[in-house]
Design a protein around this ligand. Structure first.
Ligand code: SAM
Length: 284
């Protein structure tokens, strides 16, 4: 089969899940990851004859895609702010919204006088590792309840040649940190079980429930516990950054304000949804 024939075969096999542009994009990413072929190969060598071995590789990815498995789990990696992160079904696939949160911190003047940073619910380690990569003078720690996630995050730190201290801990019970902190950042679980109906199989069927869901009857549980923890462990004037479900931004801002945080700032993500919150530990 030629490359161009395979492209239409691939489109057709996935047409019940993906639009043509989406299938084409998936195939481009697969050929790059598997064979290091550039997407331009479709235009330059449409009649390239795919070998049996190459076809087998492509078909094995196609088989998984037909089960709506996310491409990142099939390839075993994802990109985050130009870094490569190993991912498997023990960790959330890093999202572009979270890149915006990291960008906020990296370019925030708050960072200039900051040293000790903690990432809560680190998953693949994307936030902690990228912060350390971009601002090497920071001392970055990260925690997660999941031992399997910590394992992935440790591999990612090693593969990206940065040092981050990882800890397995439950933030719902954790009270004290080793050292006073300048910055706490967290993208905790924030999807409600009632939102499952609107979620696609590629998220619901594969990504870890532990990373996704907050309790229906207490949607801000993680935010409240992290705020309590931050109240104890952030230095006065220290900054807390959250990614949050846009429907709870006002509630969270109010909660922060009532719990020793001020200078609360909300930022929209690229969908124009209020997705990020920053607050400073007040002297109160
Ligand atoms: C939404 S994911 C975020 C992962 C990563 N920081 C990112 O932005 O892609 C939330 C993470 O919180 C972790 N988590 C869930 N419950 C936790 C708990 N009680 N204590 C600590 N971490 C927890 C999950 O294992 C998951 O890795």
């Amino acid at each position: 089969m030629t490359l161009i024939e395979y492209k239409s075969y691939f489109r057709q096999k996935l047409s019940y899940i993906y639009k043509v542009e989406e299938s084409d994009d998936l195939l481009k990413r697969i050929i790059k990851a598997y064979f290091n072929w550039e997407p331009v190969k479709f235009g330059l060598e449409p009649n390239y004859v795919i070998s049996k071995k190459e076809e087998e590789c492509l078909n094995s990815a196609l088989k998984e895609l037909k089960k709506e498995k996310p491409l990142q789990y099939i390839l075993g990696f994802s990109s985050f702010m130009d870094l490569k992160f190993e991912v498997n079904t023990s960790v959330l696939i890093p999202r572009p919204e979270t890149e915006e949160l990291v960008e906020w911190i990296v370019y925030d003047e708050k960072l200039i006088r900051s040293k000790e940073v903690l990432d809560i619910g680190t998953g693949s380690g994307c936030i902690a590792i990228t912060l350390k990569h971009l601002r090497s003078r920071l001392h970055v720690s990260a925690l997660d309840i999941s031992a399997k996630a910590i394992e992935v995050a440790e591999n990612n730190a090693r593969n990206n040649s940065v040092k981050v201290q990882f800890h397995q801990a439950d933030i719902l019970t954790k009270k004290n940190w080793i050292t006073p902190l300048d910055i706490i950042v967290s993208n905790p679980p924030y999807v409600l079980p009632s939102e499952k109906k609107q979620m696609k199989t590629n998220v619901l069927g594969y990504e870890p429930k532990l990373a996704l869901f907050a309790p229906e009857d207490d949607p801000l549980l993680f935010y409240k516990k992290i705020t309590e923890f931050a109240k104890q462990n952030l230095k006065s004037g220290g900054a807390l950054y959250f990614e949050i479900n846009p429907i709870f931004v006002n509630e969270l801002s109010l909660f922060l304000n009532e719990n020793s945080f001020d200078s609360i700032e909300v930022r929209n993500d690229f969908h124009k949804l209020p997705r990020m919150v920053k607050a400073l530990r007040s002297n109160k």
